[in-house]
Design a protein around this ligand. Structure first.
Ligand SMILES: Cc1cc2nc3c(=O)[nH]c(=O)nc-3n(C[C@H](O)[C@H](O)[C@H](O)COP(=O)(O)OP(=O)(O)OC[C@H]3O[C@@H](n4cnc5c(N)ncnc54)[C@H](O)[C@@H]3O)c2cc1C
Length: 363
């Protein structure tokens, strides 16, 4: 089939590569001038274990399966990653109960490599930590996400696919048996495809509304939850990822590491109504307070505003977190069209698993 994938973020690239490997003739349309210019370049680069997500949710399924596929892919393609492990720390009895619940959920989700540690055992691993207990997730790690996306792009091209940059998709209509797609940009025009995948991230809802005849009640609302990061201006003190217990809308301000061992903190949760990418330095106050609950010796003036990313959520503050929404023909009644909504964390980890299922939906 001639397949169009809209969006060259990690989800679109993974789908395009998997569809090309399955023998389809794949084109990716990306409105910016390069790959990974959206949500995919603004995250923690963590390969999540899959502990938190509700039983039988798509997030649980794709995270656990996608993690295994991602490590395998990285090992086979020379993409940098490190299974550094992660500690979810409890600093009081209330948090300890929460961490135990996370462990139980992890067991239900089939997550391997978990170990509940007492405070002393956790401090034996990370000497600067202050906690009364911690859940160790040995399978959690970090990945060079740009190296990963570049490798996906390479495999796509090796299998005959291509990416058209600066090519926004403006309208889509079904004229049996084809999808007619109208492009803007420098070389506007209309091309027919057999199948279309909408992996437009923050633009997925806007694009679905431009699919002629797509049921309006099947386009979920888009809620923007910005996550701000602060880098640490000093020598890193942790060698594992350190997470507090989750908060409404996110996993809590945690210690993230990159492959060079640099340490930063974030993301927090800032509910916004318009896309904006500035980090307000005043948010540092809440970071110091939160981080010091598990790392009391965080020095004053050591946090420097860094980057931020925006989670494309389907639910707002105080509401139960929505699952990924992968809407294929069975969900909306239109042939060979898949819309992906709400692909927030753990989308990076889940990407290869999502790609596998979406490619099957096209048939
Ligand atoms: C703060 C934060 C931290 C995160 N941390 C992690 C983590 O540690 N681990 C993890 O697994 N996941 C994490 N995630 C989630 C992960 O980053 C996302 O799930 C993933 O990057 C989503 O990729 P995407 O391809 O759907 O979107 P994007 O990367 O945004 O790609 C969509 C692309 O579509 C293009 N586009 C939009 N509209 C059109 C159009 N009409 N025509 C053509 N092109 C269009 C955009 O330009 C963009 O390039 C995090 C997310 C955030 C925000």
């Amino acid at each position: 089939m001639q397949v169009l994938v809209v969006g060259a973020g990690v989800i679109g690239l993974a789908i395009a590569r998997t569809a090309a490997l399955a023998g389809h003739d794949v084109t990716v349309a990306e409105m910016t001038g390069g790959i990974a210019n959206g949500v995919s370049s603004r995250n923690s680069e963590v390969v999540h274990g899959g502990l938190y997500y509700p039983t039988n949710s798509l997030r649980a399924y794709h995270c656990v399966r996608g993690r295994r596929m991602l490590y395998e892919f990285c090992a086979a393609h020379g993409v940098g990653f490190r299974k550094c492990g992660k500690l979810i720390v409890a600093t009081n009895e209330n948090e300890l109960a929460k961490v135990e619940t996370i462990q139980k959920q992890g067991e239900i989700n089939g997550v391997e490599g978990m170990d509940m540690l007492g405070g002393n055992a956790a401090r034996a691993l990370e000497g600067e930590l202050s906690c009364i207990g911690a859940l160790l997730s040995a399978e959690t790690g970090i990945v060079d996400s740009h190296g990963y996306m570049t490798a996906l792009w390479g495999e796509l091209e090796d299998h005959g696919g291509m990416i058209a940059f600066e090519t926004p998709v403006e309208r889509i209509s079904y004229r049996a048996p084809h999808w007619r797609v109208q492009f803007g940009g420098n070389e506007p025009g209309t091309i027919e495809f057999d199948a279309v995948v909408n992996a437009a991230g923050l633009g997925a809802q806007a694009l679905a509304r431009r699919v002629e005849g797509y049921p309006a009640d099947k386009v979920p609302r888009l809620v923007l939850a910005k996550g701000n990061y602060f880098s640490f201006a000093g020598r890193p003190v942790f060698s594992r990822l350190v997470y507090p217990t989750p908060v409404d809308g996110g996993l809590g301000v945690h210690v993230t590491l990159d492959l060079a061992g640099r340490m930063r903190f974030g993301p927090d949760v800032e509910w916004i109504t318009q896309e904006t990418y500035t980090v307000d330095p005043r948010r540092a106050d809440s970071f110091y307070a939160r981080i010091r609950t598990y790392w009391p010796s965080l020095p004053d003036h050591s946090l420097v505003p860094d980057y931020c990313g925006i989670r494309p959520k389907l639910t707002g503050p105080g509401e139960p977190a929505a699952d990924f929404l992968i809407a294929g023909p069975a969900a909306h009644g239109m042939p060979r069209l898949v819309n992906l909504f709400g692909i927030e964390s753990p989308g990076l980890t889940s990407s290869l698993s999502i790609a596998d299922d979406v490619t099957k939906l096209l048939n």
